[in-house]
Ligand binder design. Structure first.
Ligand code: 5RP
Length: 230
């Protein structure tokens, strides 16, 4: 017998299935990264199997592999001018649709894909909605050469910095860079901080996504709640 999903998995899946309803034939789809995006990628695979003509851009090597297994045709982001709809997850979002992303380390590609997208749909379980962003540390992708400099600049701006590790080794992104998880505490106003981070030499991308999401679809129990931008 199939094991019953726990509530957060069910919320993720419900949000993903709701988002996928917006996909139309012949579109280019941005495929996100993470355990929530996983459900959307699977559903896109089903649409392709059922005969829809879709092409996709993946936000990580992991997603690329998953999409290829499902028979989804992949395009290189450098060859794509516009993506119709991207469906991706988030680590935190607020009701103004500001996000923290990058828990899975794919923030740079996710930000490029989001920026190329006409619609950036974020899917999430209800634990991701916060009043103020910042409990989740802000991932900052850094060119290794610039690690010491970027860390000092982040500290000057008020952060406590943690170099991301996995299995006791320094975590490397798909772009062979490091991630500093920067704890700035709860943010009253994330936009100026995003600008400050943009200005630091050596920062490839950071996990504050401001004005990039067009919609957040959140699973809540067995319902979905949609937060739309202005
Ligand atoms: C990866 C991401 C993910 O979207 C984010 O970490 C959410 O992941 P999950 O759906 O597994 O909670 O930004 O870089």
């Amino acid at each position: 017998m199939e094991k019953q999903m726990n509530w957060s998995e069910q919320e993720k899946k419900n949000a993903a299935l709701e988002a996928v309803k917006q996909i139309k034939d012949n579109q280019i789809i941005g495929l996100g990264t993470g355990s929530t995006a996983f459900y959307a990628i699977q559903a896109v695979g089903e649409l392709v199997k059922s005969g829809m003509h879709l092409q996709a851009v993946a936000t990580s090597v992991h997603t690329e592999e998953l999409a290829a297994e499902l028979g989804i045709k992949l395009l290189k982001p450098e060859e794509v001018e516009v993506i119709d709809i991207t469906i991706d997850g988030a680590d935190e979002f607020d009701s103004a649709l500001n996000l923290i992303k990058g828990g899975g380390g794919a923030l740079f590609r996710e930000k490029i894909v989001a920026s190329l997208s006409k619609k950036e749909i974020i899917i999430a379980d209800s634990s991701k909605l916060v009043n103020k962003l910042g409990k989740f540390k802000i991932p900052v992708e850094v060119v290794p050469f610039g690690l010491s400099y970027v860390k000092q600049q982040l500290e000057k701006s008020g952060a406590t910095c943690y170099l991301r590790k996995r299995d006791d080794k320094v975590f490397l992104t798909d772009n062979h860079n490091y991630i500093i998880d920067a704890d700035f505490g709860l943010l009253d106003n994330p936009a100026p901080l995003a600008e400050t981070l943009n200005q630091i030499e050596g920062v490839v991308a950071h996990g504050l996504f401001i004005h990039l999401a067009t919609q957040v679809i959140m699973g809540k129990g067995d319902q979905v709640v949609v937060y739309a931008g202005n």
